[in-house]
Design a protein around this ligand. Structure first.
Ligand SMILES: [Zn+2]
Length: 132
C-alpha cells in the first residue's frame, strides 16, 4: 500500500435542518426529512471513550478494540481504533473500511517510542467462560 490517503469521510447531510449523520443513505434521523445529500467531512475527531471487548460478537477477534469518536462535524461514530488503544481526548482520523469505520493517528504514522506505556495492549488474557 502507498502512504495514507486523505479522501475524507462521507456523511449524510439534511438540506432541511442541516444535521449530518451516518449511515449516508436514508432519511434525516433528526427531522425525518428525505431531502438529503452527501457531505464529505475531514474525518478528524476526538476519542470520547475506548475499550476492548473481551466477549465480542461471534466472528470478531478477541479482545476487540472499540472506540467512540466525535468527529469535527459533531457526529459520533463507533469505530475500530488502531492499536495501541487510544486514550480519551486523543485526536484521530476516521476512515471507512467496507462496512466498518476505523480510526488511527491523523495523517501520518504515529511516533513509536516503545516505552511500554499502553497497559493492556498486546497482552494475552487467558480464555474464560462468558457470564451466564
Ligand atoms: Zn433534518
Amino acid at each position: 500500500m502507498s502512504g495514507p490517503e486523505r479522501i475524507g469521510l462521507r456523511l449524510g447531510r439534511c438540506r432541511t435542518c442541516h444535521a449530518r449523520f451516518v449511515p449516508v443513505a436514508g432519511p434525516c434521523p433528526r427531522c425525518a426529512s428525505t431531502e438529503t445529500d452527501t457531505w464529505v467531512a475531514s474525518g478528524l475527531g476526538k476519542v470520547l471513550a475506548a475499550t476492548e471487548l473481551e466477549v465480542p460478537p461471534p466472528g470478531w477477534d478477541r479482545p476487540h478494540p472499540l472506540a467512540l469518536v466525535e468527529i469535527e462535524d459533531g457526529v459520533r461514530l463507533l469505530v475500530i481504533p488502531d492499536r495501541p488503544l487510544p486514550a480519551p481526548g486523543a485526536l484521530v482520523e476516521v476512515r471507512e473500511d467496507g462496512p466498518c469505520y476505523r480510526a488511527g493517528a491523523p495523517g501520518r504514522a504515529r511516533d513509536e517510542r516503545g516505552e511500554g506505556d499502553a497497559p493492556g495492549v498486546g497482552t494475552v488474557r487467558p480464555p474464560f467462560e462468558p457470564p451466564r
